[in-house]
Write a protein that binds this ligand. Structure first.
Ligand SMILES: [Zn+2]
Length: 204
């Protein structure tokens, strides 16, 4: 994953300044945790809408510039996915190369969705039921055409990154999500009981 490469490059580098002007980006200061965080955020936001093969190439160049070796064990292996599934976790789909669906043509989007589903189903020996749209912003990262592709691929539901809670009548193929995570247990409880109200999405 290109974004893991970026995170790895910036968090592991011992360089205090990183000049990425040769890639069309900036000269970044990496002196503090905060500036490293800002650099990662800036690079990911700039690279995420670029075509999939170019994104991987850019991530490799950032790793090179930061003098950090390419990570090899950040993603789960087939064996680990099988184990996770056998232990009772649900495995869902998320495309092969993680493209922003609205930035690729329809045939590519269909292939990304279907080949990922077939591969994972072959691995776990069961049909996949739920899908997550890469980056997941309704109307920006995917549209109703992609919702139809996901439904036609045989998925029963799909989640977005639209912040909100699922309610009766929510679109099963554009379910909103939110994270109640908080280090303070009371805040965690508060966020669990008072989730954000639902955002409206275009229904299919
Ligand atoms: Zn993702």
């Amino acid at each position: 994953m290109w974004n893991d490469g970026i995170i790895e490059a910036i968090s592991k580098t011992s360089m205090l300044h990183l000049d990425l002007t040769h890639l069309g980006y900036e000269k970044y200061s990496l002196e503090t945790k905060e500036t490293k965080k800002n650099c990662i955020k800036d690079l990911i936001n700039k690279i995420k809408y670029i075509k999939t093969d170019r994104r991987l190439d850019l991530a490799k160049r950032v790793l090179d510039s930061a003098k950090v070796p390419e990570p090899s064990s950040l993603m789960m292996t087939d064996e680990q996915i099988k184990k996770l599934h056998q232990a009772g976790m649900e495995i869902g789909g998320h495309t092969v190369n993680h493209p922003i669906l609205s930035s690729v043509d329809k045939a590519t989007a269909r292939r990304e969705i279907c080949e990922n589903k077939e591969y994972l189903e072959g691995l776990i020996g069961e049909p996949l039921h739920s899908f997550a749209y890469p980056n997941g912003k309704p109307g920006k990262d995917f549209d109703l055409e992609h919702v139809a592709l996901v439904r036609d691929a045989g998925y029963r539901c799909a989640v977005t990154t639209s912040w909100g809670r699922v309610e009766k009548g929510s679109d099963l193929y554009q379910l909103p999500r939110f994270t109640p995570w908080n280090k303070n247990p009371y805040m965690f409880m508060f966020r669990l009981f008072f989730p954000p109200s639902k955002k409206r999405t275009t229904r299919l």
